[in-house]
Structures are given as structure tokens and as C-alpha cells.
Design a protein around this ligand. Structure first.
Ligand code: NDP
Length: 337
């Protein structure tokens, strides 16, 4: 059993030496336990927050020497739980390793899925994040202008497509010409701006002549600077993440955006609401799964994955995610079925 542990707390972007690849015997399931083999491992931005000594509050930090956490699509190898049988596929939290034990309480059967890795992406946590954040908090109306960055990523790509389904005009922001072309041509966004090109503020102003009614906040940083002057009165701002800052050790290293942000929220009567997706499963996940499965089946929502081969590639692929190297939902294929 190979497992990747957190060897050191990263300073800035996680480096290879912050991780340690170990080999151990495959664990043996005890009474009431299920032995799982990882097929796909999800890599998500929140993992960076869990690497810091002080965690983000909604989950404990990963201890030094502990296996990195993560959602997985796993196959049941052995089961000492009557409701799971060998061979079955489940959504699990096995982390960055080949094999894991579970008591079954956190497992969700995935028997009927043609492409099970989507349970880690558009049909799972990131897609659900887009659904709750945009529809319940952002509440776009027909004709509204919706702006989202990380526009071709796991969350942003779904945000933009759902906003189109609700009749909004969608302006995406993404890193690179390829991603921008994809957002317009494949995902149906009205426009997409390359955040790596100069003059983002001027280009966003030109792209949003009637202002921005919903800004789905994924990134912070320069994008937020460009967005603030364009928010309309009563604009909504679901605060989902701020990935541009995750590698910054202290907020003082960043430009002080606070006075500008507070002034804008006040003057424009902006409704800004943070959310943690874990809070919404009980109430909304069933609605999401039903609606999203339908939209995907009808071709109204497209889901793109960026699949990396091999567990040992996880640290590098994860660092790449924080630099915008992924194109679509990032997953690691750990083993074949
Ligand atoms: P993505 O698949 O979108 O991958 C991350 C992307 O972020 C990169 O590809 C890159 O896209 C963009 N990015 C990286 N660095 C910067 C930067 N400095 N400035 C601007 N953009 C940057 O990840 P997810 O869809 O999984 O996550 C998107 C956001 O949603 C994150 O902030 C994450 O923390 C948050 N999230 C929050 C949840 C919640 O419960 N609140 C749940 C799930 C996710 P590009 O190069 O195209 O700009």
C-alpha cells in the first residue's frame, strides 16, 4: 500500500519535499470494516488550506506525518459490512493512498454511474458547490451579468453553464487563450477574458457595459480588484473561495483590499455571503443530483476532466492546480477497475 503523507508544512506553493511517499502492508479489515482500493483521487484547492498549521475551521488541519486527505472513487475489495460487497464502487474519503479502511458510514454507492470519476467533479462536491453558490446565494435573473473566474475549472465551469441556463449573460475569466476559447465555444459563455493578459480591469469594464449583477468569488486577487468598481447596486457575491491567496503565508503580504471592499459593499448595497458546501448536503444534494444528471444527459451542461495517471504524481499535480495548470476537474487515476 503506497500512501502520501504530509512531511512538512509548505511555505507558499507546496514543493515535492513537503510530501513523503511510503509503502506499507495493505491493511486488514476488522469487524464492521470495509477494505477499499482507490481508483480515482480528487485533488481540490481546500487541501492547501488543510496543510497549514492553523486550519480553515470547517475541518482539522492534516497532521505532519499523516496521510493527505481527499475524496476518492474506490472499489470494495473486502467487506465485513453487510451493505457493501466486493467489486462495488463507492464514493469514499480514502485520501492519497492505494488502500484504506472504512466503517462504511462515509461511503456512498456509485453502482449506476457510467463515468464514476464524475462523482468527484461535476456530479459531486464541486458541481454541488456551483449549484448552491450560484442558484441559492447568487440568484441570477434573466438578463443579469454574471462573472466567474477559474471559469473552466471544476466549480467555475458549472457556475457559468448554470447561469446561462437561467438566462444570464456570462463573462468568464480564465488563465490562457485555450481555456478562454473553450469557455466560449464548448461551455457557451458569452465572453471569457484571459487573466494573464494585461489590462484586466479595462477589458472587464468593456465586457460588462451594464455592470456585474452576480460575482461568484472563486479567486480574489487581481480579479476581485477588477470586479469591485463594476458591481451594480444590490449585486450578489457568493464567496466560494479565494485561491489567489492560498499560498500567501500572511495577509499582510497581499495588497490591502479591505477599505475598497468595504466601501463597495456599503455603497453598492452588495449582498456578500460566504458558504461551506458541507452545510448544504442534507437539504439540497438530492435536488442537485437529480437536476444535474438531467442537464448532463441532455448535453446542457458539459463536464471536462483533467486526468493525471499515477498516485505518485499527486503532489506535482496538486501544485499545478494552485498555478492554474489544470484544465477541467483535476483527478488522479490511481488504479484501473
Ligand atoms: P479549479 O478546478 O477551478 O482549479 C483551480 C483554478 O484556480 C486554476 O485552474 C486557475 O484557473 C485558478 N487560479 C489559480 N491561481 C489563481 C490566481 N492566482 N488567480 C486567479 N485564478 C487562479 O478548482 P475548483 O473548481 O475545485 O475550486 C474553485 C474555487 O472554489 C476555489 O477557490 C476553491 O477553494 C473553492 N471551493 C469552495 C468550496 C466551498 O465549500 N466554499 C467547495 C469547493 C471549492 P485559471 O488558470 O483558469 O485562472
Amino acid at each position: 500500500n503506497r500512501r502520501i503523507t504530509l512531511a512538512a508544512r509548505p511555505h507558499g506553493l507546496p514543493a515535492p519535499q513537503d510530501f513523503h511517499l511510503q509503502t506499507q502492508p495493505v491493511p486488514v479489515p476488522g469487524d464492521g470494516q470495509v477494505l477499499l482500493r482507490t481508483l480515482y483521487l480528487s485533488l481540490d484547492p481546500y487541501m492547501r488550506n488543510l496543510m497549514d498549521e492553523v486550519g480553515p475551521g470547517y475541518a482539522p488541519p492534516v497532521a505532519l506525518g499523516a496521510t493527505m486527505v481527499g475524496g476518492t472513487v474506490s472499489q470494495v475489495v473486502q467487506s465485513r459490512q453487510p451493505q457493501f460487497r466486493p467489486g462495488q464502487l463507492v464514493l469514499a474519503n480514502a485520501g492519497w493512498q492505494d488502500y484504506a479502511l472504512s466503517d462504511g458510514t462515509d461511503l456512498l454507492p456509485l453502482d449506476d454511474m457510467a463515468q464514476p470519476s464524475l462523482a468527484l467533479g461535476g456530479l459531486g462536491m464541486p458541481g454541488f458547490t456551483a449549484y448552491v453558490g450560484l442558484l441559492d446565494i447568487g440568484q441570477p435573473r434573466p438578463g443579469d451579468t454574471v462573472v466567474v473566474a477559474a471559469a473552466t475549472g471544476a466549480v467555475g465551469s458549472v457556475v457559468g453553464q448554470l447561469a446561462k441556463l437561467k438566462g444570464a449573460r456570462v463573462v468568464g475569466i480564465a488563465g490562457g487563450a485555450d481555456k478562454c476559447r473553450y469557455a466560449v465555444e464548448a461551455l457557451g459563455f458569452d465572453l471569457c477574458l484571459d487573466r494573464r493578459e494585461p489590462g484586466l480591469g479595462e477589458r472587464l469594464t468593456a465586457a460588462c457595459p451594464a455592470g456585474i449583477d452576480v460575482y461568484f468569488e472563486n479567486v480574489g486577487g487581481d480579479v476581485l480588484d477588477a470586479v469591485l468598481p463594476l458591481l451594480t447596486i444590490g449585486a450578489r457575491m457568493p464567496v466560494c473561495g479565494f485561491i489567489a491567496h492560498y499560498n500567501q503565508a500572511s495577509s499582510s503580504a497581499a495588497t490591502d483590499r479591505l477599505p475598497k471592499l468595504l466601501a463597495t459593499v456599503l455603497q453598492k448595497r452588495v449582498r456578500m455571503q460566504g458558504f461551506i458546501i458541507l452545510d448544504h448536503y442534507a437539504e439540497r444534494f438530492a435536488d442537485f443530483r437529480r437536476e444535474m444528471a438531467e442537464w448532463v444527459a441532455q448535453g446542457r451542461v458539459r463536464l471536462r476532466e483533467d486526468v493525471i495517471d499515477g498516485l505518485e504524481q499527486a503532489p506535482l499535480a496538486f501544485a499545478g492546480l494552485l498555478e492554474g495548470k489544470n484544465f477541467g476537474k483535476l483527478v488522479v487515476r490511481v488504479a484501473d477497475r
